[in-house]
Design a protein around this ligand. Structure first.
Ligand code: ASP
Ligand code: MG
Length: 406
């Protein structure tokens, strides 16, 4: 007997038949003698619709009321799934965040889970019930409903698995695992059997949207073994686990990309101490994240170009803020560019292998792709290139690191 937490995303509970299919899957696990907790998202598209409604009513929404509205999608799916299970003779009940309760902080719209109370859950498991838990939601310090940020049901599932000390946490979704790169672009992309928490974290933050980033960090901290699986096909998925569980470590595990990048160049900025602080300070004050940065060597010792990237959505605001400060900053020209993509190679094997970055630069050079900005972390090297080169760069790098399927 094992204790298993399952999570089903929006497409996996997208209509009534799919909800019944989920119930069938749970029935099999229960009949095998397992204790089961299941976390579900809202039906596909529902949360988006709810968000639109809040925007239509009030552009400057009250964040707590926003949560009251957008958390409602999950209430429907837990109820329907619990009914489907009962209909199969399987004891089950639905649990909303406040009923457990799942305690969060008060950051409505992006709340963090602080604690999952286990008393109710353990009692229900002891009674032989399947726990059907609403994803994405919790309860703030003042008793109001909170939500965990888009895609937050993944985090709910990991938190539940950690709280009830589940043997594993299976995340059922519309892709069948984690790939070496985007299979829609590179036909030779391979499914990874295993990937480390750190690689998965890096992939998520670099733009691969399989799991909510926060859920991976939580799984790593709590030691929850996560499996990403397709709810539509019965094929093995990808296990997200600790480095010690991976026998043969590749140097590079994957090539990712993010189009959600924009570049800003400030031309002829004074080359003196404090300039970087005065450029990035105001952006930070406005909660604009700066990702990659390069500062060119000044030719005359007086001025230099400063290039950096921000998220696409922040570009206009960032330009506005810097224009407002033009006199104080004393640059000549501000040049924004949206047509860029960040391409990254990553792998924990990078820590012990030299020459990974060199292979990347050589490969891109051979294809005539100009590298505009570079950044590195312990387990990734990222470059900014023109957006038109996305496909070419991904294919060439995937091949260069020997990741193509045979
Ligand atoms: N329903 C929420 C969303 O669409 C949470 C989730 O699906 O993970 O973001
Ligand atoms: Mg999701």
């Amino acid at each position: 007997m094992a204790r298993i937490v399952l999570k089903f995303g929006g497409t996996s509970v997208g209509d009534v038949d799919r909800i019944k299919g989920v119930a069938d899957r749970i029935e099999r696990l229960v009949n095998e003698g397992n204790q089961v907790g299941v976390v579900v998202s809202a039906m596909a598209g529902v949360t988006n619709d709810l968000v639109k409604k809040t925007e239509a009513v009030a552009p400057l929404q009250d964040a707590a009321e926003y949560d009251t509205v957008v958390a409602s999608g999950e209430q429907v799916t837990v109820g329907l799934l619990a009914m489907a299970l009962e209909d199969r003779g399987i004891p089950a009940r639905s649990w909303l965040g406040w009923q457990i309760p799942i305690h969060t902080d008060d950051a409505h719209g992006k709340a963090r889970i602080q604690d999952v109370a286990t008393e109710n859950l353990e009692a229900a498991l002891d009674r032989g019930e399947v726990l059907v838990v609403a994803g994405f939601q919790g309860m703030g310090p003042d008793g109001r409903i909170t939500t965990l940020g888009r895609g937050g049901s993944d985090t709910s599932a990991v938190a539940l698995a950690a709280a009830v000390q589940a043997d594993r946490c299976d995340i059922y979704t519309d892709v069948d695992g984690v790939y070496t790169t985007d299979p829609r672009i590179v036909s030779g992309a391979r499914k990874l059997e295993r990937v480390t928490y750190e690689e998965m974290l890096e992939m998520a933050s670099l733009g691969a949207k399989v799991l909510q980033t926060r859920s991976v960090g939580l799984a790593m901290n709590e030691g929850v073994r996560l499996q990403v699986l397709s709810s539509f096909e019965d094929v093995p998925g990808t296990l997200v686990c600790g480095e010690d569980e991976i026998v043969e470590q590749q140097q590079v595990s994957g090539v990712t990309y993010s189009r959600d990048e924009a570049k800003i160049t400030l031309q002829k900025v004074a080359d003196r101490p404090g300039v970087a602080a005065s450029v990035f300070g105001p952006l930070a004050d406005h909660h604009i994240n700066v990702d990659m940065i390069v500062q060119n060597i000044s030719e005359d010792g007086q001025s230099t170009d400063l290039t950096f990237t921000v998220g696409d959505a922040d570009l206009d605001r960032a330009v506005q803020i810097l224009q407002d400060q033009k006199n104080a900053l004393g640059y000549a020209e501000i040049v924004p560019d949206r047509n860029v993509v960040k391409v990254s190679v990553l792998g924990v094997g990078m820590r012990s292998h030299a020459g990974i970055a060199q292979t990347m630069f050589r490969t891109l050079a051979e294809k005539g792709i100009n590298v505009q900005v570079i950044s590195t972390s312990e387990i990734a090297v990222s470059v900014l290139v023109g957006e038109d080169y996305t496909e070419l760069a991904l294919r060439a790098l995937h091949h260069a690191y020997g990741l193509d399927s045979a």
